[in-house]
Structure formats: C-alpha cells, structure tokens
Design a protein around this ligand. Sequence first.
Ligand SMILES: NC(=O)c1ccc[n+]([C@@H]2O[C@H](COP(=O)([O-])OP(=O)(O)OC[C@H]3O[C@@H](n4cnc5c(N)ncnc54)[C@H](OP(=O)(O)O)[C@@H]3O)[C@@H](O)[C@H]2O)c1
Length: 235
Amino acid sequence: MKVLITGVSSGIGKATCEALIQKNIHVLGVSRNASQISFNSSLYTPYDLNLAKCSQIQKPLEQIQKEHPDIDILICNAGKGLFGSLEEYSYHAMQELMNLNFLSHAILSKVFIPNMKKKKKGKIVFIASEAALQGRQRGSLYCASKAALRSFAQALREECASSGISINIINPGMVRTEFFNELNIAPGPSEENAITPEQVATAIIYTIEQGPNMLIEEINLAPLKKVVEHKKSKQ
Ligand SMILES: NC(=O)c1ccc[n+]([C@@H]2O[C@H](COP(=O)([O-])OP(=O)(O)OC[C@H]3O[C@@H](n4cnc5c(N)ncnc54)[C@H](OP(=O)(O)O)[C@@H]3O)[C@@H](O)[C@H]2O)c1
C-alpha cells in the first residue's frame, strides 16, 4: 500500500508525509519542489509537477499510476490562497487558483479511480477549508475553489461508495504554515490562534485508518481562538 500526497513540500502535506513515513508507509509526494526535500527515507518518492498547469498533468499522473499500481490512498492537499476584492484578481490568477485548488484534484481522482474500482478499494482525502463552508468577504475565488472541491468530493463519494472507495473531506481553519507567506493576512501570534500542521496530519491519518465499514465523511478543525492579523507591508 502506498499513499500519494499533493503539496508535499511544506505545511500540512509535509507534516502528513512525515507522520506516514513514521508509520512505515511509502509516500509519493507531488508538488513543484517535491524533490527538494528528502525526509531522509527510502519510503519517500518525489515527483516535481506544477498542478496549476492542468492541461499538462494527466499524462505524468498516469505515468505515476503505472509505476505504482499499489497506490491505494490519495491525499489531495496542494493549494494556495488568494484574497482581495474580485476586481483585483487577474484572469490568469483566477484560472490558476481554480486549476490548483480544484481542477487538478478532479484530474488526479479521474486518473486513479479506475484502478481503485478494479481492486474494489481506495481512499481519497480532500483538504478543503472552512472557506468551503461559508463564502467570506475578500475570499470570493478562494472560497469558490474550496467549495467546488468539497462539492466534487461529496458527489464522488456517492458515485464511488459501491466500488469500495471512501472519500473524506477535511476542512481546516487557520493552520500555521507557509500558506500565509505570500498573503497580507496571518493567524494571530498566540498558540491558540492557529492549528498546527501536525494536528491536521493527525486528523488525516485518523480518517484513513478507519474502515472498512465506517467512513468519516467530513471533519471541521478550528483554532480555539481565531484571530486574523492584517500585515501592514502588503496590499
Ligand atoms: N494554512 C491554512 O490556514 C489552511 C486552512 C485551510 C485549508 N488550507 C489548505 O491546506 C492545503 C495545504 O496548505 P498549507 O497550509 O500546508 O500551505 P503550504 O505550506 O503553502 O503548502 C502548500 C503546498 O502546495 C504546493 N503547491 C503550491 N502550488 C502548487 C502548484 N502549482 N503545483 C503543485 N503543488 C503546489 C506547495 O508545494 P510547491 O511549492 O513545492 O509546489 C506546498 O507543498 C491547501 O490546499 C490550503 O488551501 C490551509
């Protein structure tokens, strides 16, 4: 059994990869800089791929699937933030966000599901967001991208349940990661203002360890005291 994680090079993906390797599970990591981290383990195989270039990802993903037919679990985690008024976004930025946060993971699922159906087993975990649950000011595109991912996952769950494939959704609130590096917002400084990526990794592993009869459909995670700080230097 192998696990494929997108967005493996930092934050939630990296913490999840580390936790899976600790459990002696082989992880295939996909992101633009996947090969720049080693995890000091032969249980990690990196694939450098820009998932925002959706028209170019199906073939490389099919190749990964051929090389590793024993991938039974997908963790659809890669994503980025984009916050501001709608008129501030370029068409390119809008397209890239929808590609990365939503469409790339629909394509990834499409590539891997036929083999999972043949084997009558498989698990797909989608990292959506609290933003998938409620649209918020200055988050029109980000909320839409995560709501699209969540709805896609819900529909796919119904489509795949009879084939033995389980679909889980995790909706984190603010997690202290590199996600905020390029944004003009960040969680407040207190430990209580953000979840750690390791805590999200624990929730992901908890969901994939369930079964075969019980499915954790969705988990919402939130910091105890949500505080959003606005950085001064950026827009
Ligand atoms: N942090 C939060 O508060 C929070 C809250 C709710 C949901 N989330 C969601 O959680 C997921 C992980 O975020 P994180 O907080 O762990 O952020 P992060 O530390 O910035 O990690 C994002 C990951 O996505 C990868 N990525 C970015 N652009 C990519 C591209 N074009 N192609 C392939 N991979 C790409 C990055 O790797 P490379 O740079 O190597 O490509 C990185 O590994 C995201 O989907 C995010 O929307 C985060």
